[in-house]
Design a protein around this ligand. Structure first.
Ligand SMILES: N[C@@H](CCC(=O)N[C@@H](CS)C(=O)NCC(=O)O)C(=O)O
Length: 272
């Protein structure tokens, strides 16, 4: 069975990383069972989570994992989309992964009040008490350096928020009244978009980015719909229901998701 290395449920979301949530969603869309275990970014192949182990193969990076799943299980997560829709979906995913995500990182790690209320309080349970505050400071410094390297971390927090809100507005406009980004069925980009939307909306952390997202009823409904449809009743969702989840193990097995009829066809004909 596939083993997905993530961080574990966080504040009502299936994992503290939107990239791990993306892979959980892709596995559900692929209808493949997996175990979600607590990984260690310091020993991970690219020093980042998620990565997964599928039989004798290890794949790091959520998009490379998508490509692995499509190849090995003969899937096309974007089946049925036109070339233009595929291109738009890819561009939206890149905006969210390579821009909006970094603004969220600033809100969670660098903003002191949010850090103390959120990750600082709920993610370090497994770290031995004598070194906990040292590890917290080290990781905060690492994330601040990552943001500086990206470039967005060089801006004032208000400017970061203003730029991120442009992403939120674009996302809300592209989603419009559709149930999923590109129409009636989820596509690959919905996996990360759901991950980032729930990561921003669900934990009660203060940020103008969260407030802007809350003002878009379609994004809130999208988040609720996907949580209900894909995570309700799963072991991860149950674990995610409690706030103090950081200290509990996440070695859970998520059963394959049986999509509703109208969301079904991602398997390529005749190749399984
Ligand atoms: N491009 C990677 C990004 C993964 C990533 O940035 N992971 C973050 C968590 S969201 C991480 O592992 N950070 C290391 C740490 O927190 O120590 C992917 O798509 O998987």
């Amino acid at each position: 069975m596939i083993t997905l290395h993530g961080f574990g449920p966080f504040f009502g979301t299936p994992d503290s990383s939107p990239f791990v949530i993306k892979v959980m969603m892709l596995l559900k869309l692929a209808d493949v069972a997996y175990r979600h275990v607590r990984g260690n970014p310091f020993t991970a192949p690219r020093r980042l989570l998620p990565y997964l182990r599928d039989e004798d193969v290890t794949v790091a990076d959520s998009t490379l994992i998508r490509l692995h799943l499509e190849k090995k299980y003969h899937l096309d997560f974007d089946a049925g989309l036109s070339a233009e829709q595929k291109a738009t979906a890819w561009a939206v995913e890149r905006m969210c992964e390579d821009h909006l995500y970094f603004a969220m990182l600033d809100m969670r790690w660098v903003d002191e009040a949010n850090f103390n209320e959120g990750l600082g309080r709920h993610m370090f349970g497994p770290v031995p008490a004598p070194v906990r505050s040292m590890v917290k400071s080290m990781l905060r410094r690492m994330n601040a350096r990552r943001l500086h390297g990206h470039g967005i971390g060089r801006h004032a927090r208000s400017d970061i928020a203003e730029l991120a809100i442009r992403d939120v507005e674009a996302l809300a406009t592209i989603l419009g009244g559709k149930p999923f980004l590109m129409g009636e069925k989820p596509c690959a980009a919905d996996a990360f978009v759901f991950g980032i939307v729930t990561s921003i909306l669900t934990p009660p952390l203060n940020s103008p980015i969260r407030e802007a997202m809350q003002r878009h009823a379609n994004l809130v409904a999208y988040c609720d719909r996907m949580t209900r449809q894909y995570f309700a009743g799963s072991p991860s969702a149950k674990a995610a229901g409690a706030n103090d989840t950081a200290s509990r193990p996440v070695a859970v097995v998520d059963t394959p998701h049986r999509p509703q009829q109208e969301n079904a066809p991602i398997r390529r004909e005749g190749r399984v």
